[in-house]
Design a protein around this ligand. Structure first.
Ligand SMILES: [Zn+2]
Length: 500
């Protein structure tokens, strides 16, 4: 007695098809084998399936049974094979189950109830592209599955309901799709909460407008974190494609069940400086996505960036350069997106109060120099904007006047993004931060180039700083809706090279 049920598996953020084959031999000793590189939770499915089926009065385990997960050369992890295996058992002994063109996924409790699993969006996406007609899964995953259009979603709470459905004794309609894309929520934190700090707010706006990486240096309590947290709120609303990509990464990481369905707001990831390489870039025994991928289409904030382990800053280079992360594991590679804006913050010296008006710095000159020297690492090479944040003026704090609202800043940022979209059409580049070398001097006024060359001599800019300044100047011009980069734009851009 044999049955084949369709399930899926996620590698990186891509779903792949897996055939779950169940073979029950009427003669022989009771042996229960799972083959096809099942690991961890997938291997343990054996006990959950046995218990769930036994509780539904299926006595199938007095015979030799083999479950094969094909193709056999991919390691399969996760508990979502429970449901397809259980369905395979019942299909092997009865001919009245309609399982064709159907993707099955879900974890079983010992009593047969269905529990939500991770990676559902990616697997449903695969099912649709493979031409399947419907997906049977736990009710807990229904919202996420409904994000994929063009395939019927049938959510259930219990294995017994699934069996009745497949036998045709109950015929519920597929779950209904509501409009998930309307109703984009506002961010909880708004720039109007930030009092004063005009220079830092301006730098944040430029960073958002050109998708430039930025570092802020200031004393503890100067508002660096407050500003960093609000940068997502001045970026344009996520497109459907962006929202789906970000949601997929969070789904694979198993973070979605707490957050509802589609992630509609840009993620803000702020790992602690004690975080490991694996936590930041991903990997580990399950090849999970790290913070760089979870921050896709949003902000990765490294507070106290100089306190991070040197190796963490080293491993960040590759995702910053390639915008993707490739994790190799057991001969296969998983690829995750890493399309994020880096926002870093640091203190001006080890004690934090160098140059502060409120508190005296207790560091020696040598300590300050050593500390600053650590800034000139590989990470800093990839940061376009540097900004010093002074301690907040007492008068700013006292004033009850709210700062400019995120929505107003955002409208200027959106206009600047549109200008860049038009400029880089068909070039595979979207933002000034990625402007190709050959375009650096495009539509830059001569006077602006003279200003830059003067600054290069005076401040001994490196060739890399030269390119960065031109890119930032272009963004400043875009915010001003100016076709040409002028002296004024260039002079402002030069100010944002202040830390090196
Ligand atoms: Zn100090």
């Amino acid at each position: 007695m044999f049955a084949k049920v369709i399930s899926s598996h996620v590698v990186g953020i891509d779903g792949l098809g897996v055939d779950v084959e169940v073979d029950i031999n009427p003669i022989g000793l009771p042996v229960y084998l799972v083959v096809g590189l099942a690991e961890g939770a997938a291997r343990e499915s054996k006990e959950r399936v046995r218990s769930a089926l036994t509780n539904l009065d299926y006595r199938l385990f007095n015979h030799p049974v083999t479950v094969n997960l094909a193709p056999a050369d991919i390691k399969k992890m996760g508990s979502h094979f429970d449901l397809p295996i259980a369905v395979g058992f019942i299909a092997a002994i009865s001919n009245d189950l309609d399982i064709k063109d159907t993707l099955f996924l879900g974890e079983l409790s010992l009593d047969g109830s269905l529990k939500g699993v991770s990676g559902v969006l990616c697997m449903c996406d695969w099912a649709k592209s493979a031409g399947l007609k419907r997906v049977v899964l736990p009710e807990a995953n229904a919202e996420e599955a409904l994000l994929v259009e063009g395939i019927d979603i049938y959510p259930f709470k219990h294995l017994s309901e699934v069996i009745s459905f497949l036998k045709g004794s109950v015929q519920p309609p597929p779950a209904s799709r509501t409009d998930y894309y309307s109703d984009i929520p506002e961010y909880k934190e708004d720039f109007s909460d930030v009092k004063g700090q005009f220079a830092a707010r301006r730098a944040a706006e430029i960073a958002a407008a050109g998708m430039h990486n930025i570092i802020m240096m200031g004393a503890p309590g100067s508002g660096k974190t407050m500003i960093a947290r609000r940068i997502v709120s001045i970026l344009p609303p996520m497109s459907i494609e962006e929202a789906l990509l970000t949601t997929k990464v969070h789904s694979v990481a198993g973070l979605l069940m707490d957050r509802g369905s589609l992630i509609k707001t840009r993620p803000f990831m702020a790992p602690h400086h004690t975080a490991s390489d694996v936590a930041i870039v991903g990997g580990g025994s399950k090849a999970m996505p790290g913070h760089v991928s979870l921050a896709t289409n949003g902000v990765l904030f490294l507070d106290e960036v100089l306190e991070f382990n040197r190796s963490v800053l080293e491993v960040l280079r590759q995702p910053l350069e390639d915008r993707t992360v490739t994790i190799a594991r057991a001969g296969r590679t998983a690829q995750y997106p890493a399309e994020f804006m880096l926002v870093a913050a640091c203190n001006p010296c080890p004690c934090g109060y160098f140059g502060d008006r409120r508190k005296e710095c207790i560091c020696s000159q040598l300590q300050v120099e050593r500390y600053r020297a650590r800034l000139s690492g590989p990470l800093m090479d990839r940061i376009d904007l540097h900004v010093r944040i002074p301690s907040t003026d007492f008068s700013d704090l006292k004033s009850s006047k709210a700062g400019e609202r995120s929505a107003d800043i955002r409208s200027r940022v959106i206009a600047a993004h549109e200008a860049q979209k038009a400029r880089y059409m068909g070039m595979g580049v979207h933002f000034n931060s990625r402007m190709p070398e050959k375009m650096l001097r495009h539509k830059v006024a001569d006077a602006a180039l003279n200003t830059l060359e003067g600054a290069m001599r005076k401040l001994s800019f490196s060739a890399r700083a030269y390119g960065k300044t031109l890119r930032v100047a272009r963004t400043i011009a875009d915010l001003a809706m100016s076709e040409y980069v002028t002296e004024v734009h260039m002079a402002e851009a030069i100010q944002y090279r202040g830390l090196l």
